[in-house]
Write a protein that binds this ligand. Structure first.
Ligand SMILES: NC(=O)c1ccc[n+]([C@@H]2O[C@H](COP(=O)([O-])OP(=O)(O)OC[C@H]3O[C@@H](n4cnc5c(N)ncnc54)[C@H](OP(=O)(O)O)[C@@H]3O)[C@@H](O)[C@H]2O)c1
Length: 297
């Protein structure tokens, strides 16, 4: 069964967070395009599946009947998630431990996927790391690692998988951007710039590939309660600040993908923040951003 969605539903609705109901809009719409061949019985590959947003993507995709290739470095966590998903949904899981900070890790990963006879219908490029630090304290090695994971590996995986999907005429990619994709952030400059890249690169592909049966959606979460900040130099930051849970973030991302949207910001307040950063001058936004991590860098 093919999944079809409205292509003419309003962009405004699709770009906001919770409450968006693609089903109703699809019913009201006469023109349709294909997003995925199907979830059930097909394979999704999720990077960064050992925790946080990636693990939740695996849970929600398995609940839709999708088999999952789980990728991250912590193999024990992938194994226990695979057991959980198979027990809960009867779907298949393949564990592929990989370090995406290594050059060409993405290409090698997809070669291994092909060797195992798996065709990836949905790629979720979720693995990512952050870094909060004042310039004088910045760990340059971590910055380069961040660029390799958040930009280079994501690009390699996206391009290699997209070529295969275009050849087949169907498939989808969800890339994880951020609320900071829309603005620079003081003390978090490398990370924010990496997520701006993710959004711009993915939006270009969305435009290029949608007439060829491949949908590329960027999910831009705001602060989300995961391990992310604990590993990024600001432990406990997510708990001290207003954040979303992974369940609602992933639901928003999948709804936007189902609707064939090019991007979605998770959450109303976050969506308004993303708009505000476009209305103010760039200097104002850059200076204001210093308040986010002042004292933590
Ligand atoms: N949490 C937020 O507030 C927030 C907001 C906006 C965007 N995001 C984005 O959301 C995505 C998921 O982050 P999260 O919040 O769920 O954080 P998380 O819980 O720290 O998850 C990060 C995932 O990336 C994987 N990863 C890290 N380094 C890796 C490497 N070298 N090779 C392979 N996998 C690696 C981790 O697995 P291993 O450590 O096992 O390798 C883990 O599964 C990231 O792209 C992040 O930038 C997060």
């Amino acid at each position: 069964m093919e999944i079809r969605v409205a292509s003419l539903s309003t962009r405004w609705r699709a770009c906001r967070g919770p409450g968006y109901a693609p089903g109703l809009l699809a019913l009201a719409n006469r023109r349709f395009h294909i997003v995925l061949k199907a979830y059930a019985g097909h394979w999704g590959l999720i990077t960064g599946a050992s925790s946080g947003i990636g693990a939740e993507f695996a849970r929600q995709l398995a609940a839709r009947g999708m088999h999952c290739v789980l990728v991250a470095r912590r193999e024990d966590r992938l194994l226990s998630l695979a057991r959980e998903l198979t027990a809960a949904h009867g779907t298949r899981c393949e564990i592929m431990p990989a370090d995406l900070s290594q050059p060409h890790a993405g290409r090698e990963l997809l070669a291994e996927v092909a060797r195992r006879g798996i065709e990836v219908e949905l790629l979720v490029n979720n693995a990512g790391i952050g870094m909060v630090a004042a310039v004088e304290k910045a760990d340059v090695e971590r910055a380069l690692k961040l660029i390799q994971i958040n930009i280079a590996s994501l690009t390699e995986l996206t391009l290699v998988a997209a070529k295969q999907m275009v050849g087949r005429g169907h498939g989808g990619i969800i890339n994880i951007g951020s609320l900071v994709s829309f603005q620079p952030v003081g003390y978090m400059g490398v990370y924010a710039a990496s997520k701006a890249y993710v959004l711009h690169f993915s939006e270009s592909l969305w435009a290029e590939l949608r007439p060829r049966g491949v949908t590329v959606t960027t999910l831009c979460p705001g602060t989300t309660r995961t391990e992310f900040f604990d590993h990024s130099g600001v432990p406990g930051w997510a708990e001290r600040n207003r954040g979303q849970d992974v369940q609602s973030v992933v639901r928003t991302g999948l709804a936007a993908f189902d609707a064939g949207r090019q991007y979605v910001v998770s959450g109303w307040v976050n969506y308004l923040v993303s708009l505000a950063s476009r209305l103010a001058t760039r200097a104002t936004v850059a200076k204001w951003s210093m308040s986010l991590f002042r004292g933590h860098g």
